[in-house]
Design a protein. Structure first.
Length: 310
């Protein structure tokens, strides 16, 4: 490449790189710097406290409980979402019999793709309000109303879905899974459509069942896409701020009942904006960043396989 070509390419890269450094890298560096201070947010003066904020983090029972909740989300949200999305994607692309080459989706597969994708067009904030009505603890809530109609719940004592310590996390997980399945169904469907039909035809000729076709053919060829989906869902599981702060009750930004739905993001925002402990909140943000990076690397390495060409 000639010197003039280098200059041409560098000229195009300079502006995006400058914007990335200013609006992404610099805020990260600022946050790391503030995490070593007693900054209170609105004050322009602050003192250096060293590692005191980080030491306090690991003595904070609420934050430690929030880490545990994020770990539970990190395990269950990707697993459930990916399993459901893979199942539905397989059924709408290769779950039927007959058609060209003997492989097609189940009847009505085009309609199912549209219906499954509907939740993805709604933002998490809208979903939080929507499921707030679904989980209402009186007879007017959709879920309690349905159970009362089926005589599975007494109308005088409906289930307190968002106020039950043993239920609140599962209720939040259900919202995220319901929202995400449609998107990953489309993602996996696009990957499945790139698999040559000859491979499925050969499996059918050998007498393979649907389950054998899925586990022996579809899943190995989709592994790179599954790996990518796992990383993105893991990042979502490490946040959960919008849902927790909107759907749960507690002292500033949700987290109730009795801290049983706390996640790191809403504990951080409560300390930053509600209690004015901004330096302490920055230390939480740094821990969240490190955990997210470590978990992403571990996930990529743990799910790495030899690439299968077709």
């Amino acid at each position: 490449m000639r010197k003039g070509q280098y200059r041409f390419v560098a000229g195009f890269l300079l502006a995006p790189l400058a914007l990335y450094l200013i609006f992404v890298i610099w805020p990260y560096l600022q946050t790391i710097g503030y995490s070593f201070t007693d900054w209170q947010g609105q004050s322009q003066t602050f003192g250096f406290v060293g590692l005191d904020n980080y030491k306090a983090l690991f003595q904070d029972d609420v934050f430690l409980q929030a880490i545990w909740h994020n770990i539970l989300f990190l395990v269950f949200i990707p697993v459930i979402t990916i399993l459901l999305a893979l199942f539905f994607a397989f059924m709408v692309n290769a779950g039927g019999r007959g058609g060209a080459g003997g492989v097609q989706g189940v009847a009505g597969s085009r309609f199912y793709k549209i219906v499954y994708f509907f939740p993805q067009v709604l933002s998490l904030a809208i979903l939080a309000v929507l499921f707030g009505a679904v989980y209402r603890s009186d007879g007017g809530g959709l879920l309690n109303g349905l159970l009362i109609k089926l005589h599975l719940v007494d109308g005088d004592s409906p289930i307190e879905w968002m106020n039950e310590p043993n239920m609140v996390l599962w209720c939040l997980m259900a919202v995220v899974v319901w929202h995400g399945v449609g998107f990953y169904l489309v993602l996996f469907s696009a990957a499945m459509q790139s698999i040559p039909k000859d491979i499925y035809e050969a499996a059918l000729l050998d007498g393979a069942s649907r389950s054998h076709t899925f586990f022996r053919v579809t899943l190995p060829l989709l592994w790179d896409t599954v790996q990518t989906a796992w990383v993105y869902l893991g990042i979502i599981a490490m946040d959960m701020f919008v849902l927790v702060s909107t759907m749960t009750q507690g002292t500033g930004y949700g987290g109730g009942p009795d801290h049983h739905s706390e996640v790191m993001a809403n504990v951080m925002m409560r300390n930053f904006l509600y209690f004015g402990k901004s330096g302490y909140a920055c230390a939480m943000g740094v821990v969240m960043l490190l955990l997210t990076l470590v978990l992403s690397v571990v996930t990529l390495r743990a799910t790495r396989r030899e690439r299968i060409e077709f």
